[in-house]
Design a binder for this molecule. Sequence first.
Ligand code: FES
Ligand SMILES: [Fe+2]
Length: 353
Amino acid sequence: MTAKDHWHPVLDSQQLKDKPVGVKVWDSEIVLFRTANGTLSALEDRCPHRAMRLSKGWVENDKLVCPYHLWRYDSEGKGTSPCNPGMKPRVQRYDVAERYGAVWVKPVESNAQLPEFEVDGYHSVGLDTGIMYAPFELVVDNFIEIEHSPTNHGVFAFDAQAITQVVPKVETLGESIHVTYEGTQRHIPWWSPTQFFMPPKTRLVIDFMAHFRPVHFIYNMMWHDPKTNEQKPHKIREFAFLTPATAEETHIFLFFFSTVGIFSPKGLAPLRQIASKRFLKMAHHEFNLDKNIVEEVARTDKRTDLKGLQLGKFDRVLRETRRLIDSAYHQGPEQQVPAPVPLKATGTSGAVE
Ligand code: FES
Ligand SMILES: [Fe+2]
């Protein structure tokens, strides 16, 4: 297995209806489509005849039709040509699956396992997706430090006065990094629904694992009573996957889970839908705040090494991420790598479970 041979989320399932959709992973362009009987398929997004983009075509029964000369391809990538009945054109296919509301792909030769999230006791809130036009290393930097949270975030953020007291705890566990931040929650306006479980002065604990094969973070967000240190029952677990599309474009998939009862499938569906919609709108707003910052940094300086930067205490973890990213992605495609780290929230503090 090479370093890039993993399952990557590439599209929100809801965006794949009856028309083919083109996606990108590590500079590979892939067309996703559903056949008339619902079979999900992924092929190279390039017709082998004259290089037309197959995602500009359409689906007819169980075939994807190229719009240029109407050659057509099945889910396996086997093609036919109306004017050349003897020809057997072929398109490369990818393994494809749907899970947690996203479409995932991997190269056929890879034997990676489809991710399975450890979410016992949590309810699914939903999936938020977005693009940052920046190298994935710069996106990782943003996802792994919280010094920017008081100024750049409204909800999942530390208080600006108190952040100087936050001591980041960082430990490397094999090819992953375990990080814990604990401090006073940023004040939430009284009219915000999130005020309900993030009252002023509550202590916010963000405890997460960063994995790099593929690049993803598993966050646990918890709130503690400032006096008794008792943990509040509401918790959020977020699985953030960073899919590198090209050297300068990173696609982000944020899978949210919560212990809050309103998200339970046993509850009232209309209430759950309203709560999920509101939560995802808030999460996307927070995502956009980061997007603006990261893209500004990328416009200023696209270099991904840390040379010449004057790093503070919250940035120490960046050196470790660079080391693990270099080991996973910048040492040649022929590099053999060990089995991927299981996708579960191991290594988190005892308070999580
Ligand atoms: S380019 Fe696709 S059929 Fe000709
Ligand atoms: Fe952020």
